[in-house]
Design a protein around this ligand. Structure first.
Ligand code: HEM
Length: 194
């Protein structure tokens, strides 16, 4: 699986992720930023303050939008995982150190686990709090019974997972920018350009 190839200064013709996986990567990246910013806004303000600021209808819309976005992300992440497992990943460039390979694999693995766990925890927290699980205009099954004490713990977990995802994104984006500056092949493996 590991066909080594030089990475610096190459122009084209080296292994990349498949086009569907590259589209999923950038779609999920954009939606994840919206889910994090929207969720942090809801969590920081809370329902009452949000209603004061924008009114009941808009506040409810904001919660429905956040839940819909989160569940969409869950579906896209499962699809992405399947595509990745079916197609495998292109080999790394030869001049990535052992440490860089380890960090890259660990950060990617943790991002998959946490971005899949995040909507599941949000779903269970919402259900335990007794709120509806909205997905666009539908209402999905709560999966667990109402339990306010559990809801509080699950919403805390929802926030802690968010902070872990943000920390991983800082590492992930930092590494991406470094590769971009070096002009090596790594960013091209995942870019949407032909
Ligand atoms: C990848 C998907 C998701 C991300 C990145 C995300 C992110 C966040 C973040 C950062 C917060 C703020 C936490 C806090 O400050 O306490 C939050 C709050 C919230 N999330 Fe999510 N979320 C996701 C999916 C979901 C799903 C699927 C649901 C429900 C079906 C959900 C329901 C909620 C609710 C109700 C709040 C408000 C909690 C409160 O008012 O204390 N989230 N979300």
């Amino acid at each position: 699986m590991s066909t080594d190839y030089p990475s610096v200064g190459v122009a084209s013709g080296l292994p990349r992720h498949s086009f569907p996986l590259r589209v999923l990567h950038w779609l999920i990246a954009v939606l994840l930023v919206f889910a994090l910013i929207g969720g942090l806004t809801l969590g920081t303000l809370g329902h009452e303050r949000l209603v004061e600021l924008v009114g009941m209808d808009m506040a409810n819309m904001a919660y429905i939008a956040h839940k819909t976005l989160g569940i969409t992300l869950l579906g896209l992440m499962v699809l992405r995982l399947l595509v990745r497992l079916l197609q495998g990943t292109p080999p790394y460039a030869v001049d990535l150190s052992g440490f860089q390979r380890f960090m890259s694999r660990s950060v990617h693995f943790l991002l998959y686990v946490l971005v899949i766990a995040m909507p599941i925890v949000g779903w269970l927290a919402t259900a335990a709090a007794g709120f509806p699980i909205n997905f666009f205009t539908w209402e999905l099954p709560p999966l667990i019974a109402e339990d306010p004490a559990l809801a509080e713990q699950l919403f805390q977990a929802h926030m802690i997972v968010a902070l872990c995802i943000i920390a991983l994104l800082v590492l992930h984006i930092g590494a991406g920018l470094r590769h971009k500056r070096r002009g090596d092949w790594v960013m091209h493996r995942i870019s949407l350009s032909r």
